[in-house]
Design a protein around this ligand. Structure first.
Ligand code: OAD
Length: 258
């Protein structure tokens, strides 16, 4: 299917959809300057070993290394802005009767673009909590360490003195129960899944397009790579270009502006 034929089909599907689920991955934030995970040149997991940084064992063994890495990522995100894809996704709310936004991203760019009640399957960089008692720890942007050191001892919990851990889901940990349930339910009940900028290889999040397919929900993928995805309509290219175009062709010229 050429991109033009795929766009025509996607416009029809979006124009008729009553319940839309937008499911995003690192690709939606790439044009804001945030590295994806599996890109062969800039991917975070190409440069860093996830087992050294993204597991509870890694944090136990070397909390200052792990905390410093997440503070570096938080600083990277704080310097970025939502791009045209985040803005178009937020604007969708005005055009479809029911919209659910589910992201695997730990940044806050959907929210900063205006999306409300975003379901974060893998947690949130700005919501750290105590490793011992799990109480949330208030951390604001001004506390970001400008030096981005390789080593930075995590702060201590105000309640129990435990070490503060990043508010993200690490490998080997369960996803937050209510978030994954809400996401799976939306995948079953939507009539269109827009899957944007995800390689779809990390489970259980990768179940979302599978569930949609099992429930005969229409699927539109937007990805720079012709992803290895069996079914659905695929728009190959950048999310920041496709999403505004898809919205304006479906709902009119200014539709992608929030
Ligand atoms: P990946 O890095 O695996 O995939 C990013 C996808 O975005 C790839 O398929 C790219 O082709 C595509 N892409 C890149 N730039 C794009 C653009 N401008 N427009 C559209 N598509 C673009 O990231 P995720 O699928 O999000 O988990 O990875 C899932 C999970 O793996 C992450 O949440 C993280 C990681 O390990 C945890 O940390 C638990």
């Amino acid at each position: 299917m050429t991109n033009n034929v795929a766009l025509e089909k996607a416009v029809k599907l979006l124009g008729n959809a009553q319940r839309v689920l937008v499911f995003t991955g690192a690709g939606v934030s790439a044009e804001s300057g945030i590295s994806t995970f599996r890109d062969s040149l800039t991917g975070l997991w190409e440069k860093f070993d996830p087992s050294q940084l993204a597991t509870a064992t890694a944090f136990r063994n070397d909390p200052a290394l792990v905390w410093a890495w997440y503070e570096w990522r938080r600083a990277q995100v704080a310097m970025t802005r939502p791009n045209a894809a985040h803005i178009a996704i937020a604007a969708l709310k005005q055009h479809v009767p029911e919209l659910t936004v589910v992201t695997q991203n730990v940044d806050d760019l959907h929210e900063r673009a205006g999306s409300k009640e975003v379901i974060h399957l893998h947690g949130n960089l700005n919501a750290p909590r105590c490793f011992a008692c799990a109480r949330p720890y208030p951390l604001d942007v001004s506390s970001l360490n400008k030096m981005n050191p390789d080593y930075l001892a995590p702060p201590r919990c105000h309640h129990c003195g435990g070490k503060i851990r990043p508010g993200v889901v690490w490998f080997g940990e369960s996803l937050p129960d209510s978030e994954i349930r809400a996401a799976f339910k939306a995948a079953e009940n939507s009539d269109l899944l827009l899957s944007v900028g995800t390689s779809g290889v990390v489970y259980p999040a990768a179940r979302i397009p599978e569930i949609a397919r099992e429930c005969r929900v229409d699927i539109v993928h937007i990805n720079t790579e012709p992803a290895d995805i069996a079914t659905g309509t695929i728009l190959i290219g950048r999310a920041g270009e496709w999403l505004p175009r898809l919205l304006s062709e479906t709902f009119g010229n200014r539709a992608a502006l929030n």
